[in-house]
Design a binder for this molecule. Structure first.
Ligand SMILES: [Zn+2]
Length: 493
């Protein structure tokens, strides 16, 4: 053979090799020539859309940030994602995420989340909150108007995330209740996604005050997202009494109710609380509920949560507490010391069988309650969604994959779409929907964040798209892209 023929065969071999790499490596390639009809195409993935019970191998074409076609036919586009063997899901919606900065958004998106919402605590200034994040966010985000931050502001409490002085311990006057109500209505007019409450952090807020806030929410048909007043088993201040308060407020006012992190309020009484919610729903009261897939809680040690007999009420002791800053387990002495200095503490307080039975309950949405600061925090901030799909769906088979995805896509979207119609285009893969898409390997997806190392990214999620833009590519975060949008409720002048 002469050298020319050798060169020719050599070229063909390299070409074949490249083709082989493209089609076996699940890599995202950008063809420079003909762009075809779409900005991005996702080919040969197992598309699961819980909203329509779709579970089939399809191609998806995306243009201008929206899903344009879902088809068995061949399609071409500028960016090609070969998704053979992978699940193509609507991007996950985290209905309970406190950390709302660049660091936290990285953990979220690496865990498959395309929209993260601060609804439990919320903010006191809706416009400022959204403008701080404009064009700076890798994922979609949103916020509620918060009773706690409004109370902190009104009562000049020096606390940050949670109040430590008057906002926690001073009863509001009639005038102050009026001002808090006005604050809530103003926030809703500016497009807040509902009203946030942390009743355990504001023990001095009277039952009447809370009812008045629910009345303000009801005017806009705005959901009230509530961390209820008491956790645990001990009467009269039990989780049952606390849940009764807010179901009553929903029934009296007509405002929709969402109960946050139920397992960390109920512990072993969680099944009874879920029974109450189910019964209230059967009588026409609009109640939804969420949990995170972990057996430990996290909050500020100096907050009102740790007032009173928490050991008796939660059925745990000092040694069940983990001090995040140092990783040490606490004693009576170190508890007293850190309560003075303040900081985040983890409490191992939720039985594993309660976590499992709550995840299995078809009413329950899964959310993270996440917040990681400088790499420190609770692993739920980085791993909740992969843990649901890796540990509880694949390994323990508590629920099916379709059901697991339902709890983190269409269920939160439907909860939010009345107050924020933008969610009618999220949480689903359908023509016209926002191209928020998470592509994962159902055999590999798993959380890696632990109590000791909470800042470890999840694995098994090679691609994530937010509004049609690839933000995770071959399992790596894409730097300097900010396609995330602020999602608001209806804004009224
Ligand atoms: Zn909470």
């Amino acid at each position: 053979m002469n050298s020319n023929t050798f060169l020719h065969i050599h070229k063909i071999a390299i070409g074949l090799l490249l083709l082989l790499i493209i089609f076996t490596n699940n890599s995202c390639t950008r063809s420079e020539g003909a762009r075809g009809d779409f900005d991005v195409v996702i080919l040969n993935g197992r598309v699961i859309n819980p909203a329509s019970n779709l579970d089939d191998v399809k191609n998806i074409g995306i243009k201008n940030g929206k899903v344009q076609i879902i088809t068995k036919k061949e399609i071409v586009g500028g960016t090609v994602i070969e998704a053979g063997g992978l699940v193509v899901s609507p991007g996950f919606i985290d209905i309970h995420q406190h950390g709302q900065d660049a660091e936290n958004y990285r953990y979220k998106v690496m865990d498959g989340v395309t929209t993260a919402l601060e609804l439990e605590m919320g903010t006191s200034d809706i416009d400022a909150w959204y403008s701080e994040r404009e064009d700076k966010a890798i994922i979609n985000h949103g916020v509620s108007i918060g009773h706690v931050p409004l109370r902190i502001e009104l009562m000049h409490d020096p606390g940050g995330f949670a109040p430590v002085a008057d906002a926690a311990y001073k009863a509001a006057s009639e005038d102050e209740i009026g001002l808090l109500k006005k604050g809530i209505e103003m926030g809703l007019d500016q497009g807040a996604i509902g009203v946030g409450f942390g009743l355990m952090y504001t023990p001095a807020s009277s039952h009447w005050e809370i009812l008045e806030m629910f009345r303000a929410a009801a005017k806009h048909n705005a959901p009230c997202y509530v961390h209820i007043r008491y956790a645990g088993l001990k009467e009269p201040n039990s989780c049952i009494a606390a849940l009764g308060e807010v179901i009553s407020a929903a029934a009296v006012s007509g405002a929709p109710l969402h109960v946050v992190h139920i397992t960390s309020m109920g512990f072993s009484l969680t099944p009874q609380m879920l029974q109450m919610i189910s019964e209230a729903r059967s009588h026409g009261i609009d109640v939804s509920v969420e949990c995170y897939p972990y057996t430990a809680t996290q909050t500020l040690i100096e907050s009102a949560v740790y007032d009173g007999d928490w050991r008796g009420s939660w059925g745990i002791d000092y040694s069940d507490l983990l001090w995040i800053e140092t990783g040490e387990r606490l004693t009576e002495e170190s508890f007293a010391k850190y309560r003075k200095t303040g900081g985040m503490v983890i409490a191992h307080s939720i039985p594993e069988e309660v976590v499992k039975s709550t995840i299995a309950n078809p009413m329950v949405i899964i959310a993270s309650d996440g917040m990681i600061t400088d790499g420190k925090g609770h692993p739920r901030g980085a791993g909740s969604f992969s843990r649901l799909l890796g540990k509880y769906v694949r390994e323990e088979k508590i629920i099916s994959l379709q059901e697991g995805l339902r709890k983190i896509t269409i269920m939160p979207a439907q909860r939010l779409e009345t107050i924020a119609p933008a969610f009618k285009n999220k949480g689903r893969i359908s023509v016209g929907a926002d191209a928020d898409i998470t592509i994962f390997d159902p055999d590999q997806i798993i959380d890696q964040a632990t109590y000791e190392e909470p800042s470890k990214y999840s694995k098994g999620i090679p691609y994530v798209l937010v509004n049609g833009v690839v933000v995770v590519d071959e399992g790596k975060l894409v730097e300097n892209v900010y396609p995330g949008k602020g999602v608001r409720g209806v804004v009224r002048d």
